[in-house]
Design a protein around this ligand. Structure first.
Ligand SMILES: [Fe+2]
Length: 278
């Protein structure tokens, strides 16, 4: 199948069929992985996708070992009526990395948009490229970040865990630094059902606010931040080792349905910061 590839701003690669719409399964995974390594995010748009979640997870198996959750392989992200956690609400979601509370951290997040919200309803998935954020941060700011460790505790339907991570750490398989950070809930962006408990050490308490502000500025800067507005049928493959991600809030009862699968790296990456896990 003939495809065209273009760059998303400020990072990411968009792959679309050139003439005729074809099945997404016909795209060479090795070529897509090359784009993934170069751009940290690949958007496949305009292809024929999947009729069932099983078909979707079968496709994801061609990327590597799919991570198994208590619910299975495919997380169905649909707003619930009375959610017990913000993940199933229509609220925003702070930036974080996936697997931070699990024994293994997946390299690939693969999303499939079954149904997109209508234009103007919100619900973008947000991505911050922490390699780019670190490249453009002043040396002094990076020095301040490098002294800090985040401690995160979260209890929800799928786990009850505690994890620790330095703010700046090494990418598990590449010689490059990345940021691992779960943003504290921010009142001005709205309330969260069941927020995590966060603590930051290695920093004077009077400097905590400016620490969070400097990270917010860097992670949401137009040079490192991409908000993906979903279209039905989109597939996004995102680098969970280099990016942080979150969600913009959306209008309640929007027809937003996103499926998500985690694919492990080869070899799988054991979570270095997991303190307790149930
Ligand atoms: Fe997530």
């Amino acid at each position: 199948m003939d495809c065209k590839v273009s760059q998303l701003k400020p990072f990411g690669a968009l792959v679309e069929p050139k003439n005729q719409k074809g099945k997404v399964q016909e795209l060479e995974i090795e070529n897509l992985k090359e784009l993934f390594r170069a751009h940290q995010l690949v958007l496949l748009r305009g292809f024929e996708t999947f009729d069932s979640s099983e078909e979707f997870s079968n496709y994801c198996e061609s990327w590597g070992e799919v991570s198994l959750w208590p619910f299975g392989k495919v997380l169905e992200l649909i707003q619930q009526d009375n959610p017990e956690d913000h993940i199933f609400d229509h609220s925003y979601m702070p930036l974080h990395w996936d697997g931070m509370y699990r024994p293994q951290i997946p390299e690939y997040q693969i999303f499939h948009c079954v149904k997109a919200p209508h234009p103007g309803q919100g619900g973008a998935t947000t991505f911050s490229n922490t390699i780019l954020a670190l490249n453009s941060a002043p040396a002094e700011t990076k020095k301040a970040w490098s002294k800090v460790t985040g401690s995160y505790q979260r209890k929800m339907e799928f786990y009850d865990s505690k994890t620790l991570s330095p703010i700046i750490t090494k990418h598990p398989h590449r010689d490059v630094s990345v940021i691992r950070y779960n943003e504290p809930p921010c009142k001005r962006r709205g309330d969260l059902v069941n927020p995590p408990t966060l603590e930051f050490t290695g920093i004077d308490q009077q400097e905590v606010d400016s620490f969070h502000r400097s990270l917010e500025n860097a992670l949401y800067s137009p040079e490192s931040f991409y908000a993906h507005q979903w279209q039905t049928g989109d597939i996004v493959i995102a680098d969970n080792f280099s990016l942080l991600h979150g969600r913009e809030k959306f209008v309640s009862k929007s027809p937003r349905h996103i499926q998500r699968v985690h694919v492990l790296s080869n070899p799988p990456f054991d979570n270095p910061g997991l303190e307790s896990y149930q």
